[in-house]
Design a protein around this ligand. Structure first.
Ligand code: C2O
Length: 565
C-alpha cells in the first residue's frame, strides 16, 4: 500500500485548492470545504472505505494474517470527523420523568460559528484539588454571578448546564446529516469534548470576576484525601451546593468507585479497592482506544464503545452522586441534568486530569484524521460562537492550564488473584448459549481463545481483547461486572481481585434509546496474572448489579494491535 502521511493528505487537500463553485455554507466546519477536491484528485479515495467500527470489534474468527491487514493504519480509511449542526439545534430527547427543557444555545439566529483562536498565555492557570483549594471565594463569587444572569444569557448557569444536555441528549444532528445525532459520550469524542467544555466554563468564570487566571478545582477522587464529596460542594449556603444528591453519600461516606446501585447494602467504598480500580481503569488501559473509547465518525455512528475511564470511575461517580429519589438519579446520574450540579465540573476536571496523566505514561496516541478534526461549538467568554477541534485540545498547556502535581497512590495498586491455577481446577460452569439476557441472574459462558501461549513480543504487539456486543436501553442507569475464570457467585465480583476484569456502566442518556453497543476489555495482563495463558478457553461470568436487563448478543476474543489507529 502506498503510504502518504496524514499531513501530506491535508496539505494536498487544503481548502484553498477548492473550486470556487463549492456550495458549502460559510459556517461549515473546514472538513466539508476540503472534501470535494480530495475525492476528485486522490485515487486512493476510490478504495472502498473500511468500516472502522468493525475494526474495533474485530470478530474472534478472523485469521491472524487477515487481522493484521485490517488493523494496519490507513489514513484514507477515514470517513468524516463529526461536528454538530448547531444551526439545526432541536429539542432534546429526554428520559422518562424529566421536566421538558430546550437545550439549544441562545441567539443562534444572530450568530455564525467562527473558528476559535487560542489566546497566547503568559502564565499558566493551575487547577488544584478541591480539598486544598485556595481560590474558593472567587469561585463562589463567579458561580453566583453566573446564577444571577438571565437564563437566556450564554454565560448563565442555566446555559452552561444545557451545553451538556444539548451534546448528550440528541439536540444536534451531525453536520451535513439529517438523522444521525451527535452524542459526545461512548466514543473517542468523550475526552476532548469535555476538555473544551470545561475550558470555556473556566474562561467565562474568570471573565465574570475579572480574574483572567482563574482556575477551577478538581475533585481528587483518585487519592484517599479526595474520596468523599469535597466540603466546598456541601456547604448549604454556598452557590456550589446542590440539593439533588444521594442523601446516603454525604461526607464522611467514602466514595465507592464501583458503586453497585441503589440496592447496594454497603453504601461506602473502601480506599484500597478504589485505588486498585484506578490502576485497572487508567494504568492498565494500554491501547489508546481502550482508554479513549471507540472511533466515532460520520459514517459509522451508533455502535460506540466507551473507554475504560469513561465507564469507571466516570460513570460510576455520576450514578453514585445522583439523587436516588429522582426518576433518573438526577442531577448527576443523568446526562441532561448532570451539569446543573457544580460538582460536575469538579468531577470532570479530574477526568480531564486523568487524561493528562495517561498521556504522561508515553503510550501511543491516536493520529486518525477523524479524531483530530472532530469539532464542537461553544460560546466563549466574549460571547462569540466559536468552533474548536479535538487536535487543539491534546495538550493542556496549549489551552493555558496545568494540574497541580500530586502523588498517584494507585500507580502500584495492582489487583491480586483470588485463587491459584490449582485452586481453579475442576471448576464447573453452566454454559449459557448466546444470545442471552442478563437480568438479576449471574451468567457464565465459555469463550474460546484464538491463540494460547503467545510470546512476550506478540503480546506487546497485540492486545487480547474480550469484546461484547450487547443491546440495552440507554435511558436507564445500569451496571454489570465481568469476571474471568471465577465461580458463579456475586460475592466474588470484588474489584480488588484479579479475576474481576471490568464493568459496564450506563448513565441515563438518550442516544438511540435502544442501542446495540460494543464493550471491550483488554485481558492480556489479566490472563498472565491468573497464569491462564495456556488455557484454550476462558470462563466469562457476568454479574448484573443494577438497572434494566441487557441482551448479550455476542462475546468473543480478538487481538487488537496496539497501533491499530
Ligand atoms: Cu458528559 Cu460526565 O459526562
Amino acid at each position: 500500500m502506498t503510504t502518504l502521511s496524514p499531513l501530506s493528505f491535508f496539505v494536498a487537500c487544503s481548502p484553498s485548492l477548492l473550486p470556487s463553485s463549492s456550495k458549502k455554507p460559510s459556517n461549515a466546519p473546514n472538513r466539508y470545504r476540503r472534501n470535494v477536491s480530495c475525492n476528485a484528485s486522490n485515487p486512493q479515495e476510490q478504495q472502498p472505505p473500511q468500516n472502522r467500527r468493525d475494526v474495533l470489534v474485530g470478530l474472534g474468527g478472523l485469521g491472524a494474517a487477515n487481522a493484521a491487514a485490517i488493523f494496519s493504519y490507513n489514513p484514507f480509511a477515514s470517513a468524516e470527523p463529526v461536528a454538530p449542526d448547531v444551526k439545526g439545534c432541536n429539542k432534546p430527547d429526554l428520559p422518562a420523568g424529566a421536566k421538558p427543557i430546550v437545550c439549544c444555545p441562545p441567539n443562534l439566529e444572530k450568530k455564525d460559528p467562527i473558528d476559535y483562536d487560542i489566546p497566547k498565555w503568559e502564565t499558566l492557570r493551575i487547577r488544584k484539588p478541591a480539598h486544598d483549594y485556595d481560590d474558593l471565594e472567587n469561585y463562589k463569587k463567579a458561580v453566583s454571578m453566573m446564577k444571577s444572569l438571565p437564563d437566556d444569557h450564554p454565560h448563565s448557569w442555566t446555559q452552561q448546564s444545557r451545553v451538556h444536555c444539548a451534546y448528550c441528549d440528541d439536540s444536534y444532528n451531525l453536520y451535513g446529516q439529517t438523522h444521525t445525532k451527535l452524542q459526545v459520550h461512548f466514543s473517542w469524542t468523550f475526552l476532548p469534548f469535555h476538555r473544551w467544555y470545561l475550558y470555556f466554563y473556566e474562561r467565562i468564570l474568570g471573565k465574570l470576576i475579572g480574574v483572567p487566571n482563574f482556575a477551577i478545582p478538581f475533585w481528587n477522587w483518585d487519592a484517599p484525601q479526595g474520596m468523599e464529596i469535597p466540603s466546598i460542594f456541601t456547604d448549604k449556603s454556598s452557590p456550589l451546593y446542590n440539593s439533588l444528591r444521594n442523601p446516603n453519600h454525604q461526607p464522611p461516606t467514602l466514595l465507592d468507585l464501583n458503586w453497585n446501585g441503589p440496592g447496594d447494602v454497603d453504601t461506602s467504598g473502601d480506599e484500597k479497592t478504589n485505588l486498585i480500580t484506578m490502576y485497572r481503569q487508567v494504568y492498565e488501559a494500554k491501547r489508546p482506544l481502550s482508554f479513549y473509547g471507540s472511533p466515532f465518525n460520520a459514517d459509522t455512528p451508533g455502535k460506540e464503545t466507551s473507554g475504560t475511564l469513561e465507564l469507571v470511575p466516570h460513570n460510576t461517580i455520576h450514578n453514585w452522586t445522583g439523587d436516588i429519589t429522582q426518576p433518573n438519579l438526577e442531577d448527576m446520574g443523568a446526562f441532561y441534568s448532570a451539569a446543573r450540579d457544580p460538582i460536575f465540573y469538579g468531577h470532570h476536571a479530574n477526568v480531564d486530569r486523568m487524561w493528562a496523566i495517561w498521556k504522561s505514561f508515553k503510550r501511543n496516541d491516536i493520529s486518525n484524521p477523524d479524531y483530530q478534526n472532530s469539532s464542537y461549538v461553544f460560546y466563549d467568554e466574549n460571547e462569540n460562537l466559536v468552533r474548536v477541534k479535538n487536535s487543539d485540545a491534546f495538550d493542556t498547556k496549549k489551552l493555558g492550564y496545568v494540574y497541580r502535581e500530586l502523588d498517584l497512590p494507585w500507580l502500584n495498586a495492582k489487583p491480586t488473584p483470588r485463587r491459584t491455577k490449582a485452586q481453579r481446577k475442576g471448576m464447573t460452569v453452566k454454559k449459557m448459549d448466546l444470545p442471552f439476557t442478563l437480568k438479576e441472574k449471574i451468567v457464565s459462558t465459555v469463550v474460546k481463545r484464538p491463540k494460547i501461549n503467545r510470546s512476550r513480543a506478540e503480546k506487546d504487539e497485540k492486545e487480547e481483547t474480550l469484546v461484547f456486543s450487547l443491546q440495552l436501553d440507554r435511558t436507564k442507569n445500569l451496571k454489570f461486572d465481568v469476571l474471568i475464570d471465577e465461580e458463579e457467585d456475586y460475592k466474588w465480583a470484588n474489584p480488588k481481585y484479579r479475576e474481576f476484569a471490568g464493568s459496564f456502566v450506563n448513565v441515563s442518556s438518550t442516544l438511540n434509546r435502544a442501542s446495540t453497543v460494543t464493550f471491550s476489555i483488554d485481558i492480556t495482563d489479566v490472563l498472565d496474572q491468573l497464569d491462564a495463558d495456556d488455557e484454550d478457553s476462558i470462563v466469562v461470568t457476568l454479574v448484573p448489579q443494577y438497572g434494566n436487563e441487557v441482551l448479550i448478543k455476542d462475546i468473543n476474543i480478538s487481538f487488537l494491535s496496539l497501533q491499530e489507529i
